[in-house]
Ligand binder design. Sequence first.
Ligand code: 9MR
Length: 355
Amino acid sequence: MLRREFLSSGFAAIALQAAGARTEESLKQAAAPSGLLVGSAVSYREIDEAAFAELIARQCSIVVSENDMKWKALRPAPDKFDFTRADALVAFAEKNRIKIRGHNLCWHEALPDWFHKIAKPDNARELLTNHIETVVRHFKGKIHSWDVVNEAVDVQDMRADGLRRSPWLNLIGPEYLVIAFKTAAKADPGATLTYNEYGLAQDGPRNEAKRHAVVALLRWLRRNEAPIQALGIQSHLNGNRPFTGLQHFLGEVRELGLRVFVTELDVNDKSFPPDVAERDRMVAGVYRDYLHTILEERYVDAVLTWGLSDRDSWLRHREKRAAGIARPLPFDDQLQPKPAFFAMQAELKKVSRRD
Ligand code: 9MR
């Protein structure tokens, strides 16, 4: 049996579980020689649990706030900011010498109810700049990179420019994107400013159209002097659809001089067979093939999964399934490494050179 087959077969994980030991090389250790950062989304609630906090500290050189830095979490009222949970996350990361990404400053979702009541074309710009200034200044010097704008493209909204008809677009117009980046840059010139988007990794007509629209948006941002430095490729992968168009897309992004972060990586196993071992092996295969493809690109600086343990995955709460439960992440419900973990570890180890 080849080493890769052995690792992805799950035998290695089972042997370790039986030994009750944490002897496997961590993701952070596997990625260290190449300088690649690796980590996960975390939430305030999760780091309260000692075993989970330990797992994060052992595996991650970078984390991202899953929900605690969103408008809904930070803005209980129009004139109030509550940084309690987000501060706890940043303190946890600092204490463990883990870098932290900020997610996110401008999105069509997770807006507080009051926003929809009071936001109007004549105050929206002020709401946006005040929020970004206050939040980014609050964390100044502590954030590795900010998802300044999240998911601004939706080709199904049928605009010529591919932009999503989000509250921000409706209230301010396309310049909201430039305003958001300029405001963030002023408030913390040290953070890497990122545009974060889904539906880019795998092939398919809708994703292909989205790749075109995102490249056009990135070029437009450059032309309009938006200080953007990176693209976050959300990687909510669906089954084992191919990634053949990804390299070409990454080439276009590179031509714009942008760094790339693999953000929000997980694998939806809904279309895989019900048998758990079989499913875990297939999920691991997708991790392996995807990372193999995307890590060829030297401008990729970080890989972050959307959670570490299956038990915390957003997919568990989102979908009703006829049978079985989602197992999209590298660790199982008992925080034990799965074949996906070993697939990640092996691919991270293969990355040899970084800028
Ligand atoms: O995982 C997040 C879930 O817990 C939240 O309820 C939801 C709404 O705020 O957001 C989820 O995370 C999303 C991320 O912020 C942006 N890309 C898609 C993610 C999954 O929906």
